[in-house]
Write a protein that binds this ligand. Sequence first.
Ligand SMILES: NC(=O)c1ccc[n+]([C@@H]2O[C@H](COP(=O)([O-])OP(=O)(O)OC[C@H]3O[C@@H](n4cnc5c(N)ncnc54)[C@H](OP(=O)(O)O)[C@@H]3O)[C@@H](O)[C@H]2O)c1
Length: 294
Amino acid sequence: MRAPNPTVLVVGATGRFAGLVVPELVCRNASVRALVRDHPANVEKARKLGASEVATGDLRNRQSLESAVEGVDGVFHIGPAFAPDEAAMGIAMVEAASRAGVRKFVFSSVIQPTNTSLENHASKVPVEAALYSTNMEYTILHPVNFMQNIGAAWPSVVEHGIFSEPFPKTAKVARVDYRDVAELAAIALTEARLSYATLELCAGMHSREDIVSMMSEELGRPISAGEPTFGEWAANARLPYSDRQMHLLAKVHDHYAQFGLGGNSLTLHAALGREPRSLRSFIRELALQTAYVA
Ligand SMILES: NC(=O)c1ccc[n+]([C@@H]2O[C@H](COP(=O)([O-])OP(=O)(O)OC[C@H]3O[C@@H](n4cnc5c(N)ncnc54)[C@H](OP(=O)(O)O)[C@@H]3O)[C@@H](O)[C@H]2O)c1
């Protein structure tokens, strides 16, 4: 029988994305145990998000994972972006959960994990394969590019009137609001209806020309679409990535330049049972916040 108030271990609970899963779980009466690395600020942040317990651990330390999963009903896992050992870390989490008798496991993977020409996609495949060789009720999420990436660029859009990404402004890229992904993760961990599902999660496909047109309308002033080189873009984005991680990110953008990123909203719509959050509404929220602050 399903636990009425399951305890869920959330990997990356203080990060930009799993951090959105924590409140979704809490509002479904789950207790959250946050897995955090050993930074006092992370413990504080996890508690503020709603975690009732904090487990200090590291995906590279199997023993710490054994302790972290003790007594939990479910695990939410997301791998750190472009880590060279992302697959090994995911497998370690799956194995620790399976050994501990965890019932439910949600893996936030990526759209097209079998596009193995991109290392950040290929690294998800062994984690998915590991899940298929357990007796856990798994749900695998295949999200496209996160709208939250646009949120990160927003202050610069407002300041300079340009939205830049290092691929052609006509390339269509599929996007999803990670809040919808987080909602589905929480449903999967607290209900039965998404068990054993592998879900493509996309709200729609847009070019940067489409996006700046939405931005212009929502801000009431013209925003143009920049087409910087990867180097120019990276200098402004100031991501906390190593050279290797930046190289892998550049490959993702090269792929977008040649092929865009495909996605279909059918599964997201069906799984949510409502319209997905749209890119238009995401941009509207950003514009409203800007107007409120100004
Ligand atoms: N961005 C997109 O558009 C997009 C689209 C589809 C899929 N994805 C996938 O989504 C994931 C997002 O990753 P992100 O890194 O950008 O997310 P993030 O939300 O920035 O989170 C990374 C989290 O993982 C934690 N972490 C890192 N290394 C760890 C370790 N060794 N042990 C335990 N925790 C560790 C970090 O903790 P600390 O705070 O201690 O560093 C942080 O909380 C990637 O797998 C990416 O491929 C991204």
